[in-house]
Design a protein around this ligand. Structure first.
Ligand code: AMP
Ligand code: MG
Length: 520
């Protein structure tokens, strides 16, 4: 396995001068050098050929001994210096101080086809930032991260990628429900890949300590490598950086709303500076359309990170980033202007996204009303979001009274469709039909466009859980099956029709399906 190593983060940014791997506060440093823990018996369960190709790896590399060794943490790739990043963050709305890579170890960066990629092992052992944790990850959460990051990529949602999923051969103790019932689970390691893993929290760490020298170094580094078009670092470039991060973050969240993804832990340490979906923990997919839903039981009380609140939280997190960057600019007005425009841009982009889900090409004043009345209908009884939008593409102009029969499979309990609700839906279909008269596209064109924006297959919460249950019993086939299914989320895959179905009733309240804690 030959990689074109091109380290930048650990070459250009200041290192922790203490080389001991002990838990502590780390000052004046962007990272600490650390060596992954040797797993006792690593086994490769799956790898992403699509990503390997983008990274310049050969298919035969994936089954090589060196791949197994390097991406399980058993051995260090020659001439590289693994490290854990220092960052801080706001968690659930509160300042949490120093956090850092407590169980992620960055191996190296490569350059391939003029693209920079950082490789990181999640679950490869403790670091100076591990606090009370063990630096390890369990198989269930690793399967969830592995499958979901590649699925998101194929859905067209900005995300970090996953190259490989391994079991370590070691046992990991977890109290899955935080109820005092700890048990040993299989340990696992995922190799994640992204241009960089820098988060909002990296900037917050230096700003909180008034370490403006390193804040500037980190920001200049970020611009030079990931926003080079912003030019020489100066106050204007810093403001422009913030503007781009704001736009990228908003675009990412609009994609989440489009596909029904709920991140679950939008803490500022889980916000990528590139606007990538990062840190797949207790995330979930909407089944019944519900603005109030969150999969994260740790957030059950306040539901801070519920589906409908993700855009607001994006803004809140950006405000924290603005505060962190402020010392480099020393003027608040440019930041305020950008933050103010977020709200307006959100409304515009969100409506644009909903138009695309409805197959509308023109822009009409009445569109917002059409969307809000649709949301009212979707919320009236439990309606599967993915199935509804996919079936809606079968709607034929001029037949509003047939609308309900076209989408009927999206309702979880048709007995709950009382007269009122049915008449609400019929009214909506009339409104939709009238609106379609203002379009020039024919039904088949609209259907084609809708099926490119409304996925047929997403990683429903229970699907990941089925793969996890099998894997805990030593059967890893379903991981590969779901991986292949989710490579083509917008295509009809007739032999996979069983996954185009509502969540089965048994999964409604099953742990891991609708309820997940942060334990991973
Ligand atoms: P998360 O909620 O996964 O984004 O993690 C928040 C913080 O806790 C980060 O600093 C993680 O590195 C750290 N962390 C989470 N799990 C562990 C673990 N098992 N061992 C050490 N640190 C952890
Ligand atoms: Mg995190």
């Amino acid at each position: 396995m030959k990689l074109n190593i091109s380290d930048t983060y650990n070459k250009e940014l200041p290192s922790d001068d203490n080389s001991e791997n002990t838990r502590r506060q780390v000052f004046n440093a962007a990272y600490s050098s650390v060596i992954p823990k040797k797993p006792s018996n690593p086994i490769l369960l799956h790898s992403s050929k699509e990503l390997a190709k983008e990274l310049g790896l050969e298919i035969q590399d994936l089954s090589s001994k060196s791949f197994l060794e390097v991406f399980s943490g058993s051995s260090i790739y020659p001439n590289t210096n693994p490290y854990a990043m220092a960052y801080a963050g706001h968690q659930f709305g509160n300042w949490a101080g120093q956090l850092g890579d407590g169980r992620a170890i960055n191996l190296f960066e490569i350059n391939h086809n003029n693209k920079q990629w950082a490789f990181q092992l999640k679950g490869a052992g403790e670091t100076p930032y591990s606090r009370q944790g063990d630096g390890l990850a369990v198989l269930r959460s690793s399967i969830r991260e592995y499958l979901c990051s590649e699925a998101m990529y194929h859905l067209g949602v900005p995300t970090t990628r996953a190259l490989s999923l391994m079991i370590s051969g070691d046992k990991v103790l977890r109290d899955m429900l935080y109820d005092g019932n700890s048990a040993y689970e299989k340990g696992a390691i995922v190799c994640r890949v992204a241009p960089t893993f820098i988060r909002f929290g990296n900037f917050e760490l230096f700003a909180s300590r008034q370490d403006f020298k390193n804040l500037k170094k980190l920001t200049d580094y970020t611009i030079a490598h990931f926003f080079p078009h912003l030019g020489k670092p100066n106050k204007t470039a810093y403001v422009n950086l913030f503007r781009e991060v704001t736009q990228n973050t908003l675009d990412m969240i609009i994609h989440w709303q489009r596909v029904g993804f709920v991140h679950g832990v939008m803490n500022t340490d889980n916000m990528s500076i590139l606007g990538l979906t990062i840190d797949y923990g207790p995330y979930g997919w909407l089944e019944g359309f519900d603005f109030g839903w969150t999969p994260n039981t740790t957030d059950k009380q306040n539901k801070r990170y519920r589906f409908g609140n993700q855009p607001n939280i994006g803004l809140w997190n950006l405000l924290q980033l603005a505060n962190a960057l402020y010392p480099l600019v020393e003027e608040s007005e440019p930041f305020e202007t950008i933050l103010k425009s977020y709200q307006k841009d959100f409304e515009i982009k969100s409506l644009e996204m909903m138009r695309s889900k409805l197959g509308l090409f023109a822009e009409k004043d009445s569109d917002l009303k059409l969307v809000t009345s649709l949301e009212d209908c979707l919320l009236a009884v439990e309606t599967d979001m993915t199935i509804f939008f996919r079936l809606l593409s079968n709607y034929e102009k001029g037949e509003p009274l047939r609308g309900m029969s076209i989408v009927k499979d999206a309702f979880y309990d048709s007995d709950k469709l009382d007269e009122n609700i049915i008449s609400g839906w019929n009214d909506w279909f009339k409104e939709y039909d009238n609106r379609l008269l203002e379009e020039t596209q024919i039904d088949s064109q609209r259907k084609k466009a809708m099926n490119l924006t409304n996925p047929k297959y997403v990683l429903r919460n229970y699907m990941a859980q089925l793969a996890i249950d099998d894997a805990n019993d030593g059967d890893y086939k379903l991981i590969g099956e779901l991986f292949n299914l989710l490579k083509h989320p917008y295509d009809n895959q007739p032999e996979q029709e069983k996954w185009f179905a509502k969540r089965p009733e048994w999964a409604r309240h099953k742990v891991g399906c609708s309820m997940l804690s942060c334990s991973s």
